[in-house]
Design a protein around this ligand. Structure first.
Ligand SMILES: C[S@@+](CC[C@H](N)C(=O)[O-])C[C@H]1O[C@@H](n2cnc3c(N)ncnc32)[C@H](O)[C@@H]1O
Length: 312
């Protein structure tokens, strides 16, 4: 069976990620295994590859349809557990770590998952059934203030308050349980000339909120740098500015010596750069890639190299 999600920025990812074919590699966002499979093809028989995904259906898909070396490990797990997973697998230090954030076409195109406003389905949006609050739970219980903050902070939506108020009113009539119901309320209340853009922002905001995507990413990046071996690589593909900002800030901090506020006359933090940024500017997909895979259009790839302890 062929892969049903086209891996984004594949060649660039592999170039930055793989430094030695016999190393230990981790794909934190397995999806339908596009990057994972290609990483595996470039490794030697003595290498190890761990793939994880919070979504059990993604891992199940890979176990069923991909021919994966018996030596490799696939885990259903949030990537916020990366450090303990690698430790348990017997690899406290690893050679390369890959994140391809967001969701796969596999999940996005399934109306039952509730990620898309283009087809009607239950308002779920959880990456994993272990996430306690679904999109519907959130929309039907959050205060106007909380919804406004979510739509503004995670969707940068100007009509955040108006939309939050409309939701609060609508749910007094009946609980909002389907994506189409929410989409109708959003479009009617926002009066936007670009309703699809508004819907994208609101759906993105709710998804980030219920999956705690930004907090989890910050924690996972920190763990990733800790477990990288000297000269090991971290490669992250993000799809919206909130994620990219976190990745950029993290990489800048890890590659900077003193991180004291600029008005401190002498350094008090004693922070030392542990890494070197390999992508001064994020790598973006070519026109050709965007033409053949429109979901690549907002992708930004950033990579860093862990320094050797003796490097200045
Ligand atoms: C863009 S897809 C990855 C696609 C994959 N690289 C491929 O080529 O098939 C992102 C995947 O990350 C998973 N994911 C998102 N957040 C996660 C998290 N915090 N922990 C683990 N997996 C996560 C999603 O379930 C989704 O399957």
């Amino acid at each position: 069976m062929t892969c049903i999600h086209t891996p984004v920025l594949l060649e660039n990812s592999l170039q930055y990620l793989i430094t030695r074919p016999d190393g230990v590699y981790v794909d934190c966002t397995l999806g339908t295994g596009g990057h994972f499979t290609e990483i595996g093809k470039r490794l030697s028989p003595t290498a190890f590859l761990l793939g994880m995904d919070a979504d059990p259906t993604a891992v199940e898909y890979c176990r069923t349809f991909l021919s994966i070396s018996q030596k490799y490990l696939l885990e259903i797990s949030n990537f916020s557990n990366i450090k303990s997973l690698c430790f348990r697998a017997g690899f406290p230090k690893v050679t390369g770590i890959m994140f391809d954030l967001g969701m796969s076409s596999f999940a996005l195109d399934n109306p039952q998952r509730g990620f898309s406003f283009n087809s009607d389905g239950p308002l779920d949006m959880r990456f994993s059934p272990e996430i306690p609050v679904s999109a519907s739970d959130f929309i039907n219980s959050a205060s106007v203030e909380t919804m406004t903050k979510t739509f503004w902070n995670y969707g940068e939506e100007r009509s955040a308050k108006r939309i939050a108020r409309a939701i609060e009113f609508a749910r007094t009539q009946k609980p909002i349980e389907m994506t189409a119901e929410l989409a109708t309320i959003v479009v009617k209340s926002a009066h936007s000339s670009f309703p699809n853009k508004t819907l994208s922002r609101i759906f993105q905001a709710i998804r980030i909120q219920i999956n705690q995507e930004l907090e989890v990413l910050e924690s996972a990046l920190q763990q990733a740098i800790e477990i990288l071996e000297p000269n090991g690589r971290l490669v992250v593909i993000s799809y919206h500015s909130l994620e990219d900002r976190i990745v950029k800030k993290f990489m800048k901090r890890e590659s900077t010596d003193c991180i004291c506020p600029p008005d401190f006359p002498i350094c008090q933090c004693h922070h030392r750069a542990s890494a070197e940024i390999l992508t001064r500017k994020p790598v973006e997909p070519s026109e050709k890639e965007i033409k053949s895979n429109s979901r690549a259009r907002s992708a930004r790839l950033r990579a860093l190299r862990k320094k050797d302890a003796n490097e200045a």
